[in-house]
Design a protein around this ligand. Structure first.
Ligand code: FES
Length: 256
């Protein structure tokens, strides 16, 4: 995950940051950090996506107040910001749980049991797609693809991978999250952060954990290994400049 900005927080330091209380206004710190994000880009409006993650890191979702903050800082209308926030599924319109669980049922996961996992977790938690358990610990999302098809069926919690799941292992996973004691992800960091902490990383404020754990595992690298054994190599890159664009046809003359 690319990271910028002057602040570099570890997971522990993040946990010590004062959090927004329910019903309180977004903090002045949020506004200052939004300005840090804007300063990374030549065009201010390019900062909108990470700013929405920043708002989510404070509130667990993108609230009307968060939309107003982004609009004010970027000189956009609230309608423009709202259109972006409602287009991308990673922005929540209702508070996410502390642990946001995404179950993939796209092609490969479906073939290997993703639909059974989703049905089982829905039943176990008593919530459906885009809903949150009453105590606020778990939210559930039906995901189209977690981009981890080589480990299907895959479940994500706060965008970290839990590979090769079954209905039973996923029920155990959400129970552990509900108990506040989630197991470490199969790949990536050594422990699981909360949804708000993950949102802060997505806003570009590094947590210093980007190189922890397994990155690309054997199933991801199997094609590369086969290519190496066969002595395959990629064709040379053609550095020739691209052909010039065809000239536009002349506009027809107007009849007088
Ligand atoms: S199909 Fe499930 S991760 Fe791609």
């Amino acid at each position: 995950m690319p990271a910028h900005g002057s602040e570099r927080l570890t997971g522990d330091a993040l946990a010590e940051q004062p959090r927004r209380q329910e019903g309180a206004a977004l903090s002045e710190r949020t506004r200052q950090e939004a300005r840090e994000i804007i300063a990374r880009y030549p065009q201010p409006r390019s900062a909108l996506l990470p700013m929405l993650h920043l708002v989510q890191s404070e509130e667990g979702y993108v609230s009307a107040e968060g939309i107003t903050l982004c609009a004010e800082e970027l000189g956009l209308t609230k309608a423009e910001v709202g259109a972006v926030a409602t287009f991308y599924t990673m922005y929540r319109r209702k508070p996410a749980g502390e642990y946001h669980v995404g179950v993939c049922t796209n092609t490969l996961c479906a073939v290997l049991g993703g639909d059974e996992i989703l049905a089982s977790v829905k039943d176990h938690l008593g919530i459906g797609h885009n809903e949150t358990t009453e105590e606020g610990r778990i939210s559930l999302e039906h995901i189209e693809c977690n981009a981890a098809c080589d480990y299907a069926p895959v479940v994500m919690v706060n965008w970290e991978f839990y590979d090769n799941q079954t209905p039973a292992s996923t029920r155990d996973l959400v129970d552990a999250c509900r108990d506040g004691n989630p197991p470490p992800p199969t790949r990536g960091p050594d422990s699981l952060c909360t949804f708000r902490q993950a949102s802060r990383v997505l806003a570009g404020f590094r947590d210093g954990r980007g190189s922890e754990g397994v990155q690309a595992g054997p199933p991801t690298l199997v094609g590369l290994e086969i290519a190496k054994q066969r002595g395959d190599s990629a064709p040379a890159y053609d550095a020739a400049p691209p052909p010039a664009a065809p000239e536009k046809p002349a506009a027809p003359e107007k009849e007088s």
